[in-house]
Design a protein around this ligand. Sequence first.
Ligand SMILES: CC(C)(COP(=O)(O)OP(=O)(O)OC[C@H]1O[C@@H](n2cnc3c(N)ncnc32)[C@H](O)[C@@H]1OP(=O)(O)O)[C@@H](O)C(=O)NCCC(=O)NCCS
Length: 324
Amino acid sequence: MIRRSVVRGTGHYLPERVVENSWFEERLDTTDEWIRTRSGIERRHFAAEGQTTSDLAIRAGKAALERAGLTAEDLDGIVLATSTPDFTFPAVATMVQAGLGMKRGFAYDVQAVCAGFVFALANADAMIRSGLASRILVVGAETFSRIMDWTDRSTCVLFGDGAGALILEAQDAAGENTDRGILSSDLNSDGTYRELLYVDGGVSSTGTAGQLRMQGNLVFRHAVDKLAKTAHTSLEKAGLDGSDVDWMIPHQANLRIISATAQKMSLPLDKVVLTVADHGNTSAASIPLAMSIADAEGRLKPGQLIVTEAIGGGLSWGSVVLRW
Ligand SMILES: CC(C)(COP(=O)(O)OP(=O)(O)OC[C@H]1O[C@@H](n2cnc3c(N)ncnc32)[C@H](O)[C@@H]1OP(=O)(O)O)[C@@H](O)C(=O)NCCC(=O)NCCS
């Protein structure tokens, strides 16, 4: 018998304000047509003035607890992925802990930009398998609208705000790849690619929050190559391959990246959970948002094999294979 981390419940929250592509047409030299065809994005949600990353995360966390039939007292910890924290410190996770009324356990943030949720999930899984915790709330929450350069049409049309969460719970398992729960993961970073995607400010450099800068076409090429490879590596570690996959739940950055990755894995698009049209790129929030929405719609069935993968600033990229 071994310990596995099984998904016990999911939840999400999207800010009320929905911004259609046409909103950008009025402000920038861009078109709905360009945004749709180059990225697959049709609309995104933006947080209201004063609404912070922790506000979104608390709502997603509450929804996940409710769906799991648990209370905050049942959790041993919170691991939260974000690159857009309310404050430099404390960790957003501790603000979520307070917001949920949780008095014990640990709470900390993980920062791997758009790959953040995959890193947080692998991290929480390792803690559960080692016996350090038995139930962890894993959250991805972002307010990327706060770090946009609204004069840069090549970036500001692509991102959105939101939060998604899931609860991982320890369960005894046989140690086979037919077990429920997380079966394998693969994490990678290469800091020499910093210039491709970064924020041009920070605490110890400029003393400002900074704005996002990206060489989109170069990121695109790395994404397709590295995402298919990491998914393959995770599947191989679990003794599985693409033909075993029921659902791919990818980071939702660009429909063309997702399609090309699915094609490389010989997966038809009807096995891919797609939310990019309605959310844009919500960075670390995109995978748990997509997972929670697919779960709420009843699309994810117990026993199905899911592969989730992401790439982001760093560059950092990775994947997790789990059975629902
Ligand atoms: C950003 C992205 C959509 C751009 O698509 P692309 O096909 O690579 O387009 P390019 O960047 O080569 O730009 C093509 C042209 O469109 C223009 N363009 C850029 N943004 C535009 C916009 N919003 N509206 C209209 N034209 C735009 C460029 O200026 C360029 O014009 P030029 O040919 O006259 O120089 C695409 O590269 C992408 O999604 N990259 C990955 C980004 C990503 O996923 N990042 C996050 C990872 S977590």
